[in-house]
Ligand binder design. Structure first.
Ligand code: GDP
Ligand code: CO
Length: 429
């Protein structure tokens, strides 16, 4: 894969945000094992196929799904590179028709045909709730139903715990409501290329899709920006500008559902629930690695957190969930930014003004506090596995099994987040 080279990185402490870099060639080179090769005038980078493959072998691809048509999910699965481990986390209805059962059958058939493994779980299974509780995250459990709370962020947290059990080193997310299997394929390749280029144990890659096609007056219209992202990106950029004193439009992926990161980083990050999850990643990285909070211990100079934003060639053709959905996503993004200690008072005022103008708040009201969960690295994964295997009837493993877990110590990097309870598993073929 060949990518534009990105320079003029924005910094927020140890977090290095690269401005948008585009995919130049989806398949950019003959097989080679070089991480990167400077091309011609130095304006592009190529990541060789062997390097991509090496990362794919170490990557889990999570598909969060909720009532998507079977055919659409099957297309998404078909786009995921063969060497990635698939994790399906569903919040689909189980009555009057058990849609999760339909998803399981599709996944099982696919794994059989493609000869590859996958894990699947339903987030509202009470056994899954019991497992998360036993592992040390009772706050994610919906007490009235017993399962994990509804929400995309909650699904992503559960998926990260499963990914950590697999022993792989990277995790990437792709939405299940994507009609173009080829775009899913490109996203996963971009993850691998970006993680290879990032060259840090703590790295993140976020996708900026080329366009979102919509039907307008009987014609296809390829709109450049998402309506939610415009608002989220604008406020995140204002935050950067408040600290640097220089206006910027560097952040273009505030709501990127499609993103990947090293588990080394992911296991250390708190995560927000619902649709606050993606914008909160910025807030959390700025809090942990920004070096601006008075109570934060200094970030060691060797810790760098590169965040790459990569523009794909494929359009993002997904379900249009309507205006209300867009509004609620915008508000969730602004809620987490508003309540962050890194948000300066002037920006807080701007957020309040915006929310009042949009009719989301009455004057004098405070934005809602979104749920924020502790890092997945604080979970006891051995207990999670035992309860999942014993009580979660929705938990399925196709192709191979995760075995019992053995303890591993992860050295804390800062702010006293100790992760000595992180466990590592081995995966049997
Ligand atoms: P948008 O693309 O940002 O407008 O958001 P979507 O509504 O399309 O959601 C993105 C993806 O997350 C889709 O694949 C949804 O099925 C999935 N999703 C949304 N909410 C939940 C949830 O509560 N649980 C799970 N497991 N998936 C969810
Ligand atoms: Co969608």
């Amino acid at each position: 894969m060949r990518l534009e080279y990105s320079y003029r990185t924005e910094r927020f402490g140890a977090v290095r945000i690269s401005p948008l870099q585009r995919v130049v060639e989806i398949d950019g080179s003959a097989a080679d094992n070089e991480v990167e090769r400077v091309q011609g005038d130095g304006s592009t980078r190529v990541v060789g196929r062997d390097t991509l493959r090496g990362i794919e072998r170490d990557m889990v691809i999570v598909v969060p799904c909720m009532n998507e048509p079977r055919r659409v999910i099957e297309g998404v699965l078909a786009g995921i590179p063969h060497d990635c481990l698939i994790v399906l986390v569903s919040n689909s209805d189980r009555t009057p028709v058990d849609r999760y059962d339909i998803e399981l059958r599709s996944l099982e058939e696919y794994c059989r045909l493609a000869n590859r493994p996958a894990l699947a779980v339903h987030q509202r299974d009470p056994g899954v709730g019991a497992a998360m509780k036993a592992a040390g995250m009772p706050e994610i459990v919906d007490e009235s139903e017993g399962g994990v709370r509804r929400g995309k962020g909650e699904a992503m947290i559960l998926a990260m715990a499963l990914a950590a059990m697999s022993g792989r080193r990277y995790i990437g997310y792709v939405d299940a409501d994507n009609y173009v299997p080829g775009s899913v394929h490109e996203y996963c390749k971009v993850y691998a290329a970006g993680l290879a280029l990032a060259d840090s144990p703590y790295s993140m890659v976020r996708i900026a899709w080329d366009s979102k096609p919509k039907v307008r007056d009987g014609r296809l219209f390829f709109s450049k920006r998402g309506r939610t992202s415009e608002v989220t990106n604008d406020f995140l950029n204002r935050l950067l500008a408040e600290y640097s004193g220089f206006g910027t439009d560097a952040i273009v992926t505030g709501n990127a559902g499609e993103h990947a990161l090293s588990l080394e980083l992911g296991l250390r990050m708190r995560m927000a629930g619902g649709f606050a999850v993606e914008p909160f990643q910025f807030v959390e990285l700025f809090e942990q690695f920004g070096g601006v909070l008075p109570d934060a211990s200094p970030v060691p100079p060797e810790v760098g957190v590169p965040m790459l934003q990569i523009g794909t060639c494929n359009p993002h053709f997904h379900d249009n969930k309507g205006d209300e959905h867009v509004q609620s996503m915008r508000f969730q993004a602004l809620n987490v930014l508003y309540h962050s200690p890194v948000c300066p008072p002037s920006l807080r005022t701007e957020i309040l003004d915006f929310l009042i103008l949009q009719g989301a708040l009455e004057p004098g009201q405070e934005p809602l506090r979104e749920r924020v969960y502790p890092p997945v690295g604080t979970l006891a994964l051995d207990r999670l596995y035992d309860v999942l295997a014993g009580e979660a009837t929705s938990f399925r493993q196709f192709g191979h099994k995760v075995t019992a877990v053995t303890p591993r110590t992860v050295v804390p990097i800062e702010r006293g987040v100790v992760h000595d309870t992180v466990r590592e598993t081995s995966v049997l073929a």
